[in-house]
Design a protein around this ligand. Sequence first.
Ligand code: FAD
Ligand code: MLT
Ligand code: ZN
Length: 462
Amino acid sequence: MSDSHLLSLQAALPTLRLLTDAADLEHYGRDWTRRWAPAPMAIALPDSVEEVQAIVRWANAENMAIVPSGGRTGLSGGAVAARGELVVSTARLNRVLGFDPVDRILAVQAGVPLQRVHEAARSHGLQYPVDFAARGSCSIGGTLATNAGGIRVVRHGNTRHWVAGLKLVTGSGELMDLGRGLVKDSSGYDLRHLAIASEGTLGIIVEASLRLTDPPPPTSVMLLALPSFEALMQVFAAFRARLELQAFEFFTDLALKHVLAHGAQPPFAQAHPFYVVTEFACDAAIEAGALAAFEQCLEQGLASDGVLAASEAQAAQLWRLREGITESIARYLPYKNDVVVRVSAMPAFLRETQALLAEAYPQFEVVWFGHIGDGNLHINVLKPESMAQDAFVADCENVTALLAQILQAHGGSISAEHGIGLVKKPYLSCTRSAAEIAAMRGIKAALDPKGIMNPGKVFDAE
Ligand code: FAD
Ligand code: MLT
Ligand code: ZN
């Protein structure tokens, strides 16, 4: 955007709040990837749906690229603005609009942080079950745009399952009211589901109607220490057979080391290769079942130690060991993989991936963790301090190409929950067919005919 663009936008929308200071451009132009130098031309902060529509119509007339922006906690570069785009932030679209107790639907504007949705749900005696560590800073619009997953997918599914409706300002500035809270609707294509996981490439989500559910049952949290990767899926099977799992998350000793260096308390006197944090619905009888499952795993050599949280404070401490990983390794600018296969394919996929990475990355620290109960692994390669970021990424990309082949062989996906953005764009064709990508391009052309919505993210224009 040139000065003349800025003047034209100001003339078209005289009351629109616009930021152009260098510090604001830097702040709003990047996400958690920190791989691309932020270079937006301006930040627009609309505070009404009409203002969003007017911005998009202006951008159409001026052929101006727009980057929709929520909390910028994204891990795929989807909210990066590095090419002179206009960032449209939802920060001021931050109102909870209302709750319908019959439908159990909470309506919110897109900029409301996930944590405020949790609080609003609790205030109505219910829960919104999508949850993860960025809850305080990510926006609900961002969670829809990425179809975020998190720590409770094993029990409740991902964001898509909870969206009863959404309002989308399309790339041509139309306002579409999609889903409208209907439990059933067979009247043609469900455009709501196209907007979910579209990463801002079809339009700007301005409102969401979220289904709430019963509050969580009383739960217990357990940390298990495991001797080997092979034990992981067997322990999962043993626990799932006896318990109503709310979460089943794993991490390696190296991940734990980083969280401990960040101030957490060591859980056991000695280190173990692998750990699982699991949370399950619990009463006295079930607790006995949990301990029996644990004993069985100990006897079979699948687990080597374990602790059942005796208080809420201890449960929070155990969760911190898992939830603190991303922050604790952020300073190493990790190269993040977010891969998924069917749970049944996990043992073979793990074996092959471990063998590949042991050979490919002897020189790097590799931190494994993830939502093992969903078949979703996060493999984070840490950049050595002495290495330039470009060279490091180039090295990692060579290995990702091989990892993508393993994924393809197992019918998996290159992104389980973080999205494609810029980071995974080169690998989309490894896990989506040419016909699928062509269909995606066609859908984009229908909703964003001028290609102004987040261009260059997910796939390139042909
Ligand atoms: P942003 O980063 O601002 O944007 C993400 C994408 O959505 C971009 O493409 C952007 O253009 C688009 N977008 C944003 N708002 C809108 C809108 N209103 N309309 C249209 N498009 C929009 N993710 C998980 O899935 N599971 C996890 O467990 C998880 N844990 C995390 C833990 C930490 C500590 C951090 C930092 C991140 C984690 N994430 C996780 C990633 C991230 O928080 C999610 O992807 C989240 O959904 C992004 O929301 P956001 O508002 O920050 O989106
Ligand atoms: C997580 O599971 O902790 C998140 O997806 C964040 C990450 O992968 O770093
Ligand atoms: Zn995750």
